[in-house]
Design a protein around this ligand. Sequence first.
Ligand code: SAM
Length: 685
Amino acid sequence: MGVGRRMKKQGPPEALSEEHFAKLKRKAGLPVDVPTEATAEAPKKKKRKTAKETAHRKSNGAAAAAAAPAAVPKKSALKSSNGVKSAKEISPATNGKAKGKKAARPLFDDMSDDEVELGDEFGDSDLEGGSSGEDGPTLGDDFLGSDDDDDSVVDSDDGYSGGKRKPMWSDDEDESDMEEKLTAANIVGLSRKLDQQMEEEAAADKAELAESAMQTNIHGDKPKVLADDDDDDDDELAAKTNALLAPDLQLLRTRITETIRVLDDFANLHQEGRSRAEYTAQLLKDICAYYGYSEYLAEKLYNLFTPREAFAFFEANESARPVVIRTNTLRTNRRELAQALINRGVTLEPVGKWSKVGLQIFETTVPLGATPEYLAGHYILQAASSFLPCMALDPQMNERVLDMAAAPGGKTTYLAAMMKNTGFIVANDPNKARSKGLIGNIHRLGASNVIVSNYDAREFPKPMGGFDRVLLDAPCSGTGVIAKDPSVKTNKTQLDFMQLPHTQKQLILAAIDSASHSSKTGGFIVYSTCSVTVEENEEVVQYALRKRPNVRLVDTTIPFGKEGFTSYRGKKFDPSMSLTRRYYPHSYNVDGFFVAKLQKIGPTPAKTAAASEPRGKRDTAPEVVDKTPIAADEGDEPAAKDDDFGGWDDEEDEEYMEKGKRNAMRRRGLDPKSAGKKKPKKASK
Ligand SMILES: C[S@@+](CC[C@H](N)C(=O)[O-])C[C@H]1O[C@@H](n2cnc3c(N)ncnc32)[C@H](O)[C@@H]1O
């Protein structure tokens, strides 16, 4: 089945909402506050274990796992006074449908004693020596690259060596069957997790309600957010909220929500004589104080959204995204992996219908970076959003693929699995330290069609060109992954947002020039970043469209995501920019990400890379000379190579900054030559 068709059946991941948890509860056959058709249906489909069975299973490992799960009690029997019962409180009852149709099979009922023994043999005590310690899943992901330090490389050229031969491709997986089994096997863990999440949500809602009630009592319906010059109370509030050392966070938060309320309904709620700009300025100040952003970055991120959505974005950056692992289909399939991990005490479920290889981890009693399955390369810890560029690139078997910025290899190894280890992938990264992690992952996951190189990718296609598909997962500011790396809140400056896009623009042209427009199967380029800023995304793609008329934007085929901006703060982008996709932590509960897919529809401009197309691959048609070649500054020395976010080169950047200043002056109608001149002294009186 082609990916395109499969995608149509898939839905987006859940947004962060009460409904998400309610849905999961329904799925697990648990009661939710609002009864719906789905709720009524759920108990018929799913079965759950009693608390007794849970305890037994926990203490007795697989023996207990083999016990048949108890049927789901009727909804009325489950409902407690507050509408939510914990797994412990639920009493067993029989389920008509299960009896009538087919008795639900426990997940491990066909497991031999040998397999049970295996589970015990590699139990917790053996795993505690693993690098992750006792704190659960702490090993790196594909962005931060803590896998860099992973020296647990298992050479796996022999392929999967787990005794009997196992099915390799999860394409064969029966999705609904698997979900049912997984849900049954995980039911107690999931219920516990969901109860906990519901409790947290309820507490947060209560606090929110109390907060707004407090406001309503104090100020009536028109919130008083901005201070009057002559008001002592206001001075006190200002002193409390603006105090450098210990701002009153509760007050700040209240003022943030109230200001948003005013901005939402400005005509009715604003204080007499106060402008929208004043409210916005106050809100930004409060956001900086409350969440700890630099003013510069807070404003940049705020401007992407409506005030309410911006608040949701800043909030989402305060909590971690779900831990997700990607099944390595070169070694196993998702069902087998899930069974193995559940057997070790991991609570999980499929990440969503949009992926056949992702598993979301809810709880684990073992360090995920040290299980035998991890060491044998059956999975990699990989953020869900990192799947997306690979899905968009959609590499085919036997193709030639370039991954321009590949370390630590989360995406490279996914591409290799998609290609079933056929064809070849050039996995490039100039950062040698990060490349160690890349090589480690390639070996551990058994990706045998990968060649590693260490070029500054701006040099491509000189070393090699003519690829069927090119992935550019560009170095970026990381504004989409602030939850993972909060230092981004303060360490990104205006200079970064000039220098990074500059590098990204050079890289995207190199990516385009490295792809073969005459590829029989491809000619596609995917550009992605884990940043949400327009400078690093739409502006870079727009630049590529302008400089390379031989490419066009095409559908990413990812079944969810917000459309890229076609205009932004007065800037107009190509209408096809709506084909690009944006992902936000608050809307999809994934890292912030951007994905654009380009197709090369004509020959590479002669002056740049055509000459490096492999022999026999060169197009016989006359070459089109690009009338808009890369600007003169694009041939400069590459930036320093040790920076994950694009490196640094004082000389280049100084020159670049100077150029920027001169252009800015020109735009303001000033003479750039006067830049260095001293200001004339004021005439003395
Ligand atoms: C977002 S990370 C890539 C993550 C990787 N694609 C994965 O999935 O594991 C960006 C990478 O770009 C690399 N990089 C920085 N400057 C580069 C350049 N000029 N050419 C190629 N890669 C570069 C960094 O070393 C870093 O590993």
